[in-house]
Design a protein around this ligand. Structure first.
Ligand SMILES: C[S@@+](CC[C@H](N)C(=O)[O-])C[C@H]1O[C@@H](n2cnc3c(N)ncnc32)[C@H](O)[C@@H]1O
Length: 227
């Protein structure tokens, strides 16, 4: 399937920071010493900062098929859209990590700016690609991270899509896949999905992490890719 940059309507191109990723995915320094895929990367600064921290990080997202400079402008506009959405529903969130909505907006703006700079400086790090098909050989990445796409949009991505996407993320991983958060919108039951993974012989576990922004969103799904 070819990535379609115009078919991202409704998906916020969000810009979570490296520190948010570290917290969401309980990342240790040792997790950042090998190759890492962030899919979808959106306008996150994770890839920029992970490379600075010594990892060999790549991001994949269909939106990267857009012209690079228009993507930088989109990242800024999407921070404003995301912040407005967050402020409108402020009581649905736990503010400990950011302090308040202003702190949240500052983190995301700085992240979008770091993303935009890295996109121009290192365009090869940002690969246009759409789940459930990724243009990478099997086992290319030690660690694969997936934030705020699977489960988050379960109202429009069905069970089959989730199964296929998780199998694809697992295919390109050598050690582990981590998916955050496990909040379901649209009522898709995680147990049904996990039993499908078991049937494909993919060992997995659910792990509590020390980050919670969306209330109840404090767990990640970990797929073991070593077997
Ligand atoms: C909410 S953002 C998450 C971005 C980043 N992981 C973060 O946490 O800031 C969701 C992303 O999913 C991307 N997306 C939409 N359809 C996709 C697909 N079929 N495969 C991979 N990514 C997709 C969108 O372009 C968007 O950047």
């Amino acid at each position: 399937m070819q990535p379609d940059p115009d078919n991202v309507g409704g998906y916020l191109i969000s810009a979570r920071s490296f520190d948010e990723y570290r917290a969401m995915f309980a990342l240790a320094d040792s997790d950042l010493s090998g190759s890492v895929l962030d899919c979808p990367g959106g306008a996150s600064s994770f890839t920029a900062c992970a490379n600075q921290a010594g990892a060999s990080a790549i991001a994949a997202d269909p939106v990267y098929a857009r012209p690079r400079r228009s993507l930088a402008a989109l990242a800024t506009a999407e921070v404003e859209r995301g912040s407005a959405h967050t402020v409108a529903g402020a009581d649905r969130y736990v503010w400990d990590f950011y302090g308040d909505p202003g702190g949240h907006a500052r983190v995301r703006s700085a992240s979008a700016e770091a993303f935009s700079r890295d996109l121009i400086a290192h365009p090869a790090r940002y690969v246009p690609a759409s789940l459930p098909t990724l243009p990478f050989p099997s086992g290319q990445f030690d660690l694969v991270l997936s934030s705020h796409f699977l489960f988050t949009y379960a109202d429009r991505l069905d069970l089959e899509f989730h199964r296929a996407a998780l199998r694809e993320l697992h295919r390109v991983a050598r050690r582990e896949v981590r998916v955050f958060p496990l909040l379901e919108q649209g009522g898709r039951p995680v147990p049904e999905l996990l039993s499908g993974l078991a049937a494909f012989g993919i060992p997995h576990r659910i792990q509590r992490v020390g980050y919670e922004f969306q209330r109840g969103g404090n767990e990640m799904l970990v797929l073991d890719a070593t077997q």
